[in-house]
Design a protein around this ligand. Structure first.
Ligand code: HEM
Length: 186
């Protein structure tokens, strides 16, 4: 079995739980301001994870700089007339090597798969802009995911490390839950 399949199987519950929370929050959106408030939580978490993985990821994943990241969230927040607070930091898992960094990034990159559903929901709530983050790579999303998974599976090929990689992905999911459910104004 490849690592990505292993992680997928072992994070099903965490994904499901997070999806429920995200959908619930999206359903409360009545205005651009509401949407921006949710995006700020994504920004806080994604930018914190990005900082934690940065020392390990850049050499490992050649197209990392072309990938969707929290700067897209910031652009969307600003398009909606908001701004990101300086120095917002979330609690993130302790990441200590490139395999753990890739396992955490699995969660961020994988979230692109849910993007089309999220954009659809937002449009239903009359949101008309600020979609750059949830649009992912558009038509390229499947191929970008495949490229990511190939690198993940190479770096995490040792089956003895599968459980640790899945644990990292599970922590990455659950710390995000913490950020989403905590009160916003801070
Ligand atoms: C409304 C919210 C969401 C919906 C509807 C959704 C839906 C989906 C769907 C349909 C897939 C593809 C499953 C497959 O092809 O087997 C997927 C995959 C994935 N999603 Fe979500 N998702 C949502 C939110 C998120 C969030 C917030 C994250 C993480 C921050 C996330 C992380 C992932 C990951 C890592 C995968 C890849 C699984 C894999 O193929 O290995 N999702 N999601």
């Amino acid at each position: 079995m490849m690592l990505n399949q292993y992680i997928k199987e072992h994070t099903k519950e965490a994904h499901q739980a997070l999806e429920v929370i995200v959908v619930k929050q999206l359903k409360t959106i009545r205005s651009e301001e509401d949407y921006a408030r949710i995006l700020k939580k994504f920004y806080t978490y994604f930018s914190s994870i990005e900082q934690a993985i940065k020392p390990y990821i850049e050499d490992a994943l050649p197209d990392y700089s072309e990938r969707r990241n929290s700067t897209h969230i910031r652009a969307d927040i600003e398009a909606l007339g908001g701004e990101v607070a300086a120095n917002t930091k979330a609690i993130v898992p302790s990441i200590n090597n490139v395999r753990e960094a890739m396992s955490a990034l699995y969660v961020l990159e994988g979230s692109i798969m849910g993007g089309p559903y999220i954009v659809q929901m937002l449009k239903k709530y009359r949101i008309t802009q600020g979609f750059s983050f949830f649009s992912g790579y558009g038509d390229e999303s499947a191929s970008m995911w495949q490229n990511f998974v190939d690198v993940l599976n190479t770096i995490g090929s040792d089956p003895d490390t599968f459980a640790d990689s899945a644990a990292m992905a599970n922590q990455t999911f659950s710390r995000f839950q913490d950020v989403l459910i905590e009160p916003t104004e801070r």
